[in-house]
Design a protein around this ligand. Structure first.
Ligand SMILES: NC(=O)c1ccc[n+]([C@@H]2O[C@H](COP(=O)([O-])OP(=O)(O)OC[C@H]3O[C@@H](n4cnc5c(N)ncnc54)[C@H](OP(=O)(O)O)[C@@H]3O)[C@@H](O)[C@H]2O)c1
Length: 261
């Protein structure tokens, strides 16, 4: 199926690794020009080199801390300048620390809010006029299955990410019909973040080895495995495509059937 993204301009945030990079890769493979960002310069350059080989479009990589509203504005402006407009926005971010309620500080609450919610708000605010000018404007927000079912030890993800779903549902009504907005809810996907988690637990003796860690994380997943980043990235590309032209305001799990509700 042709996703009709060739020649379109896309911005994917938090995209030098993991789910953001997988989404940028899927869009690049469909022929879109893709802008990516991250804080670490080496990781970003690596990602740009990988993406350049994925498709015929241009790649822009810009060092950006998504918790800085001025940097976010500059990222959107640089993307529009490089590509002559903006058709698709995919938002991701880093993950908040793993904490319980009693150990979470007020500062951590505000930091998680800036990282997970305000970064999305600032990106959409800056992107909106350009998406409006496109005849194919879309927004896809990568969140987590934690917006449907709390995950033990991930208080900040459980509590704060739900704001993004409220935001997506609201702009899906306010921005339609010119711009569609949807969310994807990853379950457990084997990104560098999850690889590090498995390695840390293996070092602590919780798993015998990496394979045992994979098996433990797969236990409750009906598909009997954790996901590949490609599987999330391709869903982001489909939701950016006119192939999903009547999908608006949806929150789509990519979790192998893990969520029960
Ligand atoms: N993988 C999963 O199974 C899973 C499941 C549910 C939810 N999630 C969520 O999905 C998001 C992405 O996870 P991932 O697994 O793809 O993680 P990852 O592999 O660690 O990638 C995170 C990306 O975000 C960038 N980033 C982090 N903080 C940033 C900031 N302040 N400004 C700009 N870029 C930033 C990182 O680059 P720099 O560090 O260089 O900035 C990197 O490119 C996270 O919020 C995570 O909690 C993941």
């Amino acid at each position: 199926m042709d996703l009709e993204l060739e020649g379109n301009a896309a911005l994917v945030t938090a995209s030098s690794s993991g789910l953001g990079l997988a989404s940028a890769t899927a869009l690049a493979r469909e022929g879109a020009d893709v802008a990516i960002c991250g804080r670490d310069e080496d990781r970003l350059e690596n990602a740009r080199d990988r993406l350049a080989d994925e498709g015929p479009g241009d790649v822009l990589a810009r060092q950006t801390d998504l918790t800085d509203p001025d940097a976010v504005a500059a990222l959107v402006a640089a993307t529009v300048e490089a590509f002559g407009g903006l058709d698709h926005l995919v938002t991701s971010a880093g993950g908040p620390p793993s904490t319980t309620f009693l150990e979470t500080t007020e500062r951590q609450w505000y930091e998680a809010y800036d990282l997970l919610v305000m970064s999305v708000v600032w990106t959409i605010e800056n992107a909106h006029p350009h998406l409006l000018e496109s005849d194919a404007g879309t927004i896809v927000c990568i969140t987590s299955r934690s917006v449907r079912e709390v995950v033990d030890g991930l208080l900040l993800s459980n509590a704060v990410r739900r704001a993004v779903i409220g935001l997506v549902k609201t702009i899906a009504r306010e921005f339609a019909p010119e711009i569609r907005a949807n969310a994807v809810l990853p379950g457990t996907i084997e990104t560098p973040r999850i690889e590090e988690l498995i390695e840390a637990r293996t070092d602590r003796g919780e798993y015998a080895d990496y394979e045992a860690g994979l098996a433990a994380l797969s236990r409750d997943i009906p598909m009997d495995r954790i996901g590949e980043p490609r599987e999330l990235g391709e869903m982001a590309a489909v939701l950016s495509s006119p192939r999903s032209s009547f999908v608006n305001g949806a929150s789509i799990p990519v979790d192998g059937g893990l969520l029960r509700g």
